[in-house]
Design a protein around this ligand. Structure first.
Ligand code: SAH
Length: 393
């Protein structure tokens, strides 16, 4: 099946960006099955790319290949092999048994995320095209990794935009438990692959948790949006004086407490608080509480640029309060995982938070997602996590 682009709309494809929006194509004459493979042709008729077709989504087509080659099982085998090779190049297995094996567009498989948790794979399919190939991809993953169990976590809202139902359950093999420990650097974390956030763990923060742990030695730390305690566990393991961890999820805090025990860490140095970070930071301000180090790792406030303004206010609010609670010389490690807020906007927001808090601060490090979350040069949207390590004057 051929899809013709409107005149002049081939530019982003020529730059190898993998998305084609509905507004860029001529409406097809026939009904095209959801997820099936189509050829994208320029207005003049020449071949541009081979892609999956999503009839319900504004992102109407996602490119599988810019070459005139078959899109079949062997095509996906090559993509999976390259994704595995990239993690070998990054020496992932030296530091952890759990990492992202396939990162969607950046690994050439739009719509597919696969995270490896020890000897289980967790697959997430988010588009019509990735659903179309899901069973083949599952078989190939087993063949290429030698791992027998795959759990599916395709229970994310974005599937609605593609006209797809949520799915959560075993896709291949047997699993005796959905909650089990994984290893990251020299620490252990229990993950819940069936109902944890994302596919169970925020794998993208691995190196940043390690770095924050190093900086936390002898400090009183406040870890906001702590989830199952990634930053808290690293801080306690590295000699933090005390750690307060805050999250709105009781289930996450329960796993955090279990992770402290699992790593034989001093529970008496740790306090969990179930609550809303926005309110708690205000309460701490009113009580004149102070800390030597604060982590802000909030959920995505701006999935796309259209939410950027509201998100900016939320980021500014928590960063301003954090600057106030920090002691002089204290460290703020602040993140945004919002696709709609780029690194330069995020830095401006943090700068204006410091200004309004009446403090001076210096950036000593820029942080980003781990290298198991690679970024295709042609798909800058793949770089979503940005972090700043700031020292208060
Ligand atoms: N730093 C964590 C990941 C944080 S994800 C790690 O390294 O694993 C964001 C967390 O924020 C989630 O656990 C979610 O439950 C929590 N959250 C979202 N909104 C919140 C709010 N308003 N107050 C407190 N926690 C919130």
């Amino acid at each position: 099946m051929n899809i013709h682009l409107k005149p002049g709309r081939e530019k982003s494809l020529l730059r190898r960006h993998p998305w084609v929006f509905a507004s860029a194509i001529q409406p097809p004459d026939e009904v095209i099955a959801s997820g099936s493979t189509v050829d994208l042709l320029a207005h003049g008729g020449h071949f541009l790319a081979r892609a999956s077709y999503s009839p319900h989504s504004q992102i109407r087509a996602r490119v599988w290949t810019f070459d005139d080659e078959p899109v079949d099982r062997e095509f996906f085998r090559r993509k999976i092999k390259s994704a595995i090779a990239l993690r070998d190049t990054a020496h992932m297995t030296h530091v952890t048994d759990s990492y992202r094996l396939i990162h969607g567009e950046s690994d050439g498989i739009p719509g597919i995320v696969v995270d490896r948790y020890n000897d289980v794979l967790v697959l997430q399919s988010t588009t019509a095209g990735s659903d179309f190939w899901k069973e083949s991809i599952a078989d190939l993953l087993i063949e290429e990794t030698g791992i027998a169990a795959i759990y599916e976590r395709s229970d994310v809202d974005v599937r609605e935009l593609e006209g797809l139902q949520p799915i959560n359950g075993i896709l291949r093999g047997d699993l005796s438990s959905f909650i089990f420990p994984i290893h990251e650097h020299n620490l252990k974390f229990k993950v819940n692959i069936a109902s944890g956030h994302k596919t169970g763990f925020y794998l993208d923060q691995r190196e940043n948790r390690l770095r924050a742990g190093e900086l936390a030695k002898d400090r009183d730390m406040l870890n906001c949006f702590c989830y199952t305690g990634g930053f808290s566990i690293n801080a306690l393991a590295n000699g933090a004086k005390s750690v307060v961890s805050v999250d709105s999820s009781a289930d996450a805090l329960k796993l955090l407490e279990e992770n402290i025990a699992l790593n034989d860490l001093p529970a008496q140095k740790h306090t969990s608080i179930e609550g809303d970070v926005f309110q708690l930071l205000r309460k701490f301000r009113d009580e004149a509480r102070s800390f030597d180090m604060i982590i802000l790792d909030p959920p995505k406030f701006a999935p796309t640029a259209t939410h950027a303004e509201k998100a900016s206010r939320a980021y500014k609010d928590i960063n301003l309060l954090a600057f106030k609670l920090l002691r002089p010389g204290g460290i703020l490690i602040t993140f945004s995982c919002s696709g709609g807020v780029d690194a330069s906007l995020f830095q401006k927001i943090v700068a204006s938070a410091a200004l309004d808090a009446g403090v001076d601060a210096t950036i000593i490090e820029h942080l980003s997602q781990g290298n198991d979350h690679p970024v295709s040069l042609h798909f800058p949207e793949g770089a979503y996590l940005k972090g700043l390590v700031c020292v208060k004057g």
